[in-house]
Design a protein around this ligand. Structure first.
Ligand code: PHE
Ligand code: FE
Length: 266
């Protein structure tokens, strides 16, 4: 990762890339922008977000008004699932990221996007990281899964298979869909925090919605600059847990020599 090209201030970051969240330094304009982002998504989530996300956000007070205080969130999270939030300057290298997850720490970016990035932002900011990722950490199964993913990431580094595992993260944690009694709903953070893609991923006839398929996912390329062409649908977080529990070592070895699928390949 080339930190130089990223927006955050990495000069104060520790070896694990943690920084302070200087909550008092957020301006009124930043809190107001955050509130506008929250309000837009709040109208969509009743219809498009998975029930686990909705249950969790209902239990978090004050988070619709101002950029959340990570320390207070961590206290609640610790009690619920043993996780905590680590403030970071932005994207961090794989090893630091996986190590945090493997210790039940979720890195959350401290800075907020600019007003002109209301609809679209290239790097994850505090709105994406909080709104998309944090509520689901209150769900026991999801939280356990992400912990296993972190350990699996450190293992994938040793096996030179991070690219395959990163595709799994992309098509689940960032852009995953789940089946519910009411229909298909989003649990991926990139969807939950998106003004446009949240409705698109559920309602639009164009994208593929394929049943979760571990090997297909590991072989499928993805695009970071447009709505996804293909989504993968889980039945539940238990289902995701079960499908990702096997040892990936032989799977990585087998898939390494196989061609990949284009994002929109049928
Ligand atoms: N089962 C995976 C492995 O052996 C670890 C993992 C678990 C990866 C859950 C992702 C999600 O490497
Ligand atoms: Fe994310």
């Amino acid at each position: 990762m080339a930190e130089a090209a990223l927006r955050g201030d990495y000069t104060r970051a520790g070896a694990d890339y943690a920084v302070e969240q200087d909550w008092a330094a957020y301006t009124d304009a930043e809190h107001a922008l955050y509130r506008r982002l929250f309000e837009r998504q709040a109208k969509l989530v009743p219809h498009y977000a998975c029930p686990e996300w909705q249950a969790a956000i209902a239990g978090l007070e004050g988070v619709s008004e101002k950029i959340p205080h990570f320390g207070r969130l961590s206290e609640k999270l610790r009690r619920a699932t043993g996780w905590e939030i680590v403030p970071v300057p932005g994207l961090i290298p794989d090893e630091a990221f996986f190590t945090h997850l493997a210790n039940r720490r979720f890195p959350v970016t401290v800075w907020l996007r600019k007003p002109e990035e209301f609809d679209y932002i290239v790097e994850p900011d505090v709105f994406h990281d909080f709104f998309g990722h944090v509520p689901l950490l209150f769900d026991r199964t999801y939280a356990d899964h992400l912990y296993e993913y972190g350990k699996g990431g450190l293992k994938a580094m040793r096996l030179d298979a991070v690219k395959m595992l990163a595709r799994l993260y992309w098509y689940t944690i960032e852009f995953g869909l789940t089946r519910t009694k009411a229909g298909i709903r989003a649990y991926g953070a990139g969807l939950l925090s998106s003004g446009g893609e949240l409705a698109y991923c559920v309602d639009d006839p164009r994208p593929q919605r394929r049943p979760f398929d571990l090997e297909r996912i590991m072989r499928t390329e993805y695009r970071i600059d447009r709505y996804q062409d293909t989504y993968f649908v889980i039945d539940s977080f238990e289902h995701l847990m079960r499908e990702t529990a096997p040892d990936f070592t032989p799977i990585y070895a087998r898939l390494k020599s196989l061609p990949s699928f284009r994002p929109d390949e049928k």
